[in-house]
Unconditional design. Structure first.
Length: 613
């Protein structure tokens, strides 16, 4: 008798599963049917075509990144309604592939750089784009730049052009690099907030704003050397491209006034006189010049052209039909956080899972870890490094390719690789460690609020509202010191260096990739392609594919990604006209928000704040 209810229950469960499965199937059919209708509506026109002799217009908007972040559809729709997306992203690999494809495409006769809306992109990425433009020029096709105004990053790319046009009302701004920040010690004193700082490293300056009112001499020394090193690379590249002296790029205020007076106060004419640009032209004059160069389009009034986004869709790389031995590429971009993080971010669990996926994939014979990170959680960094070691133990070489920065935690996850590449302008090193606790006992007491109670131990009594005991301070400082010793020991072991030698170049100091090579922190200067070649060499592969190993998205997420990931981004001019107080509050909020996301279980961080200049 007792079996009957159980059988009846199983029948009901089976019926429910069947009904629920049917419900899900119908909902999915409806959902995908709706998506198909959207796709059909969006692509009701014919696919873009390329007329023979067209110019590829690189109308780049937003920021160039190593990996696209996962797009929230609600957020994307809201931003698209506002007409601007400050987080618009261009995948570096897509951009390089598109330029290289255009070089061998007989339909493409020239490239036009339209980069006025290109935002903050690291110099190392700009250099990679510049090298792709050089490869394009080697095909005997011209590159023309046109802009209403050139900022420093935009001008770096424009310098690779054969001809640079500038609007007669525009200008070129080349100012150099700087590193300034706000300091809050006096403000915290007035608010009676105590900032308890724990660190090892003379140059580990991330916490200085909370304990000082100015930049320390050590931080000034390190920042000055770093900025000069990076800026020298910028000047050398631009001066070589334009046939100028490096001293002709950044003028003193007195020199600038003299040159401006020569041009009767007109910035655009001054840019021509200085050799920064070649010609002045309005949009209409440029249109006519390009019609002379490449011809008039069959329809409309423009010259023959196809924009970057349309051309990219036509030349997207298809996966190989026959999968052979593969070099896997895993991107570690952003702050290093714990747990599973969405695509486009680094998570101790999620990035480790990608490395494990490569380890258990028999087709993957070697891995290139592309690091573009200032660090973050020490615990998550070590989780990722352990997976690098597991890959090596499985007989699969690991080569690190450093992007704009691979510092602090970014260097930690790189250190155990078989070979490390950096670009000359990569920010790396920052071998140091810190922790910070802010307590509010005095601040609350000034308001008449006190904290009291009982506990089973002095450590259990710790509270931000109660303060921190001298003994607990010593415990935390010892843990930080242990963490620093572990860091320099790791580097000494993996880089075959003496501990004292590592300590002398560590101390939290940030180095350029060029200097890091001299110091032995990296093995060679090179980009992602060279890292892939080295990985194949270490794995003894004659023929191989490359494959980006990334988080697998659902069909719905893939659709959203394709729809919204390439939304053009720009900042309206009015955004830069905020009041000083707003800027101070904004920088404080940004700093607080950035660190509030950090969740190391031990409260210990390997982070390079200098990397964000």
């Amino acid at each position: 008798m007792s079996a009957k209810p159980s059988v009846f229950k199983r029948i009901l469960i089976g019926l429910w599963k069947g009904l629920n499965g049917t419900r899900k199937l119908l909902l999915n059919l409806f959902f995908f049917g709706f998506l198909v209708l959207i796709v059909v509506a969006m692509n009701s026109d014919e696919l873009p075509t390329v007329e023979d002799g067209s110019a590829l217009v690189l109308n780049l908007s937003g920021t160039v990144v190593e990996q696209l972040r996962q797009v929230d559809p609600i957020e994307a729709v809201m931003k698209s309604n506002q007409g601007a997306d400050v987080d618009g992203e261009i995948l570096l690999a897509d951009l390089l592939r598109t330029i290289d494809n255009a070089a061998s495409d007989n339909r493409i006769a020239a490239i036009v750089l339209d980069i006025g809306e290109l935002r903050g992109t690291g110099i190392s990425k700009l250099q990679s784009i510049g090298e792709a433009l050089e490869r394009f020029k080697a095909s005997d096709k011209p590159i023309i730049a046109m802009g209403n105004w050139y900022g420093q990053n935009q001008y770096f790319l424009a310098s690779f052009a054969d001809t640079i046009y500038l609007n007669p009302q525009g200008g070129v701004e080349i100012d150099g690099l700087s590193r300034y920040r706000q300091y809050y010690k006096s403000a915290l004193d007035k608010l009676k907030i105590k900032a308890h700082v724990f660190r090892v490293g003379t140059f580990k300056s991330a916490v200085e704003p909370f304990v000082r009112d100015d930049m320390s001499a050590a931080a000034k020394e390190a920042n000055s050397a770093l900025l000069n090193d990076i800026w020298t690379s910028y000047e050398q590249t631009v001066a070589r491209n334009r046939g100028l002296e490096q001293s002709d790029l950044v003028l003193t205020s007195e020199q600038y006034l003299v040159e401006l007076d020569k041009a009767k106060g007109r910035s655009a004419e001054m840019a021509v006189n200085m050799g920064w640009v070649d010609k002045l032209a309005s949009a209409e004059a440029f249109r006519l010049a390009m019609i002379d160069n490449v011809g008039k389009a069959k329809e409309g009034h423009q010259y023959k052209q196809i924009n970057y986004y349309d051309y990219r869709t036509l030349v997207q790389e298809l996966p190989p039909l026959m999968i052979q031995d593969t070099v896997g590429i895993i991107v570690a971009k952003g702050n290093i956080l714990n747990g599973s993080q969405p695509a486009g971010q680094i998570g101790g669990e999620s990035t480790s899972a990608l490395l494990r996926k490569a380890r258990f994939d028999d087709k993957v014979k070697a891995v290139v870890l592309r690091v573009d990170s200032p660090g973050g959680s020490a615990f998550a960094s070590e989780q990722i490094r352990q997976e690098v070691l597991a890959l090596k133990s499985a007989g699969k070489p690991v080569v690190v390719s450093m992007g704009s920065y691979a510092a602090s935690g970014g260097y930690w996850i790189s250190a155990s690789a078989d070979y490390i590449f950096a670009t000359p302008t990569t920010l790396t090193g920052s071998i140091g460690i810190f922790g910070m606790v802010a307590t509010f006992e005095d601040s609350l007491a000034s308001l008449g609020v006190y904290t009291d109670g009982v506990s089973t131990s002095d450590r259990a009594s710790f509270s931000l509202a109660k303060g921190i005991s001298p003994e607990l301070k010593q415990i935390i400082q010892r843990q930080i010191e242990r963490g620093y010793h572990d860091f320099i020991s790791l580097v000494a072991t993996e880089r075959d260096m003496e501990l004292t030698e590592v300590d002398s170049i560590a101390q939290g100091r940030v180095w350029s990739g060029k200097k890091a090579l001299d110091l032995g922190l990296v093995d060679a200067l090179g980009d992602l392609d060279q890292a892939v070649s080295k990985a194949s060499e270490l794995a003894k592969l004659d023929k191989f594919d490359t494959r980006v190993i990334e988080q697998e998205l659902t069909p719905q997420e893939l659709f959203i990604q394709e729809m919204f990931a390439s939304v053009a981004a720009y900042l309206p001019e009015s955004a830069s006209n905020s009041q000083l107080a707003d800027k101070i509050i904004g920088q404080w909020s940004k700093f607080a928000q950035e660190f509030s996301a950090f969740d190391d279980p031990n409260g210990v961080y390997l982070y390079c704040d200098t990397c964000n200049f």
